[in-house]
Write a protein that binds this ligand. Structure first.
Ligand SMILES: NC(=O)C1=CN([C@@H]2O[C@H](COP(=O)(O)OP(=O)(O)OC[C@H]3O[C@@H](n4cnc5c(N)ncnc54)[C@H](O)[C@@H]3O)[C@@H](O)[C@H]2O)C=CC1
Ligand SMILES: O=C(O)CCC(=O)C(=O)O
Length: 484
């Protein structure tokens, strides 16, 4: 297994460099000013620095909000930001050089791309979905992944409410006609939403919030989910998707992209819908068989649809939405009463700002302190900060599976070790730390990846060199870091 921070590739470089970020030629071991000083600010958290943080290189794609950029640049990291995503070859070129990448839903971090990411420590998904990242491959290569699990849920739920009324009243078509200079005052097949049934597929963060809003507008709510979930308000869970489709006037999808949700709405399911019902998809493009939707709308079975997500989406603003992407764009664009939006469910000022802060904070906590609490692919560890009255401590963190990596130390260090979850690793880890004073230690595992962090007291740089080198010899290592 490739070690993402393979220090063995730089044998000529000194420990200080090897223990920090191997790819950064300018990194030197420079203890923070707090290190080794007497206890003058008792109890205050000590900001651990894994390395000279200005050398941390971060690539932000897809217009990550300024709130996130500010937090990252405020740490002294080098941040390069792009408004759109990158073609795969350019992405591969850039990812080789960076320690952190921030993306939204468009950038695919698949195995092919991640294999090239030799220095990558962590991925920030500035969105809810993490289907665009090969989470397992990342975990096995010591790359932690973080997201923002609900900061844009309300924005999606509000968009769906707007779309329900827009479809029921054919507002898109009337507005388009007026824009073309045509007055067309109709009430035929235009409805109030009061008393209609909303069928929610996937009653998670978004689905359940939408349920409350829809009931407030006078709708009846039913929902289908693979797990049994508490109904909010007067909503009722139904046992099958078929049950939901046969009762709902509006069907809205809020499931993740999974093999099980691929083409969840296809020709058979459209047949099972009520005559003249409506479909809304703001989940993922793969969840709906769009050619089948086009047929269902042409036949009148489906009276209207709102689509925010597509199997293939343009790379950035200004790109064309035409047949070169999926092959049916011209057909879908020609339909009546269909709202087509460019994946904007979570695109509000409020949501993007909140996501920027949440994900950037999680990245900083991981880079500087090894905390994985909100990671979606790592064992979850949260250890209290070292304090300024522990100046000579360091944190050692270790991730194992088949391999591992490290950073630096001083009086007090934290050791962070990510490793293969195999019997005996913890014993070997503790043997290596055995002659040192370990203040606290935590470990956890997730599948075959395990993570251990230890705060070590009264250590010199030479001790850390020894600890680091010893941990690096363990065959189960994925990543070792030393934070001081
Ligand atoms: N259009 C946009 O801009 C946005 C789209 N999304 C998409 O919406 C999805 C849902 O978001 P959340 O509600 O936050 O997720 P969530 O994880 O809170 O809820 C998803 C729900 O779907 C259920 N589910 C999973 N597989 C299912 C299946 N086969 N059949 C029925 N139910 C199933 C789960 O049990 C869960 O209750 C995200 O995964 C993301 O892909 C999220 C935010 C913005
Ligand atoms: O805002 C984005 O780019 C992605 C929104 C989304 O689909 C998500 O949060 O999963």
């Amino acid at each position: 297994m490739t070690n993402p921070q393979d220090i063995s590739k730089a044998p000529q470089q000194g420990l200080a460099h090897r223990m920090s970020v191997s790819a950064s030629p300018t990194t030197t071991f420079s203890p923070p000013s707090s290190f080794g000083r007497p206890n003058c600010q008792q109890g205050l958290p000590k900001q651990l620095k894994p390395f000279n943080t200005k050398d941390i290189k971060i690539l932000l794609l897809e217009n990550v909000n300024q709130s996130g950029k500010d937090i990252l640049t405020g740490q002294g990291y080098q941040v390069e930001a792009h408004k759109g995503s990158l073609p795969e070859d350019e992405l591969i070129e850039k990812i080789r050089d960076v320690h952190v990448i921030g993306i939204r839903s468009k950038t695919k971090l698949n195995e092919k791309v991640l294999r090239e990411a030799k220095n990558l420590l962590v991925v920030g998904c500035f969105c809810i979905g993490t289907n665009q990242v090969d989470l397992e491959f990342a975990a096995h290569h010591g790359i932690a992944v973080f997201n923002s699990p609900f900061a844009n849920s309300r924005s999606v739920a509000e968009l769906v409410i707007a779309e329900i009324i827009t479809l029921a009243r054919q507002l898109g078509d009337r507005s388009n006609e007026m824009h073309k200079g045509a007055w067309n005052k109709v009430s035929n097949k235009c409805w109030e939403i009061r008393g209609k049934t909303l069928g929610i597929v996937g009653y998670g963060h978004i689905g359940s919030q939408l349920s409350v809003l829809a009931e407030a507008m006078g709708m009846s709510v039913i929902y289908y989910d693979v797990v049994s979930l508490m109904a909010l308000g007067s909503a009722q869970q139904v046992p099958t998707l078929k049950d939901l489709l046969s009762q709902a006037d509006f069907v809205t999808l809020h499931v993740p992209e999974l093999p099980e949700t691929k083409d969840m709405m296809s020709a058979t399911q459209f047949e099972q819908m009520k005559e003249g019902a409506y479909l809304i998809n703001a989940s993922r493009g793969t969840v709906v068989d769009l050619p089948a939707l086009i047929n269902a709308m042409r036949s009148g079975k489906v009276a209207g649809a709102a689509v925010d997500v597509y199997p293939a989406e343009p790379r950035g603003n200004g790109d064309y939405f035409n047949n070169s992407l999926n092959g049916w764009e011209e057909d879908i664009r020609s339909l009546n009463n269909i709202i087509l939006t460019p994946h904007i469910g979570g695109s509000t000022e409020e949501a993007q700002r909140a996501i920027g802060i949440e994900v950037a904070d999680a990245l900083v906590r991981y880079i500087n302190q090894g905390i994985t609490l909100s990671s979606v692919n790592m064992p979850k560890l949260n250890m209290r900060s070292l304090t300024l009255d522990e100046p000579n401590h360091a944190r050692v963190s270790s991730l194992t599976c088949t391999s591992l990596t490290a950073t630096t130390a001083t009086d007090a260090s934290q050791i962070v070790f990510i490793h293969q979850n195999v019997p005996g690793v913890l014993r070997k880890f503790n043997d290596i730390l055995g002659s040192h004073n370990v203040d606290r230690q935590m470990s956890d595992s997730r599948g075959d990846v395990a993570y251990v962090m230890a705060d070590v007291k009264d250590v010199e740089t030479s001790d850390l060199e020894e600890i680091y080198d010893s941990l690096e010899t363990l065959s189960s290592r994925i990543l070792t870091r030393v934070l001081y």
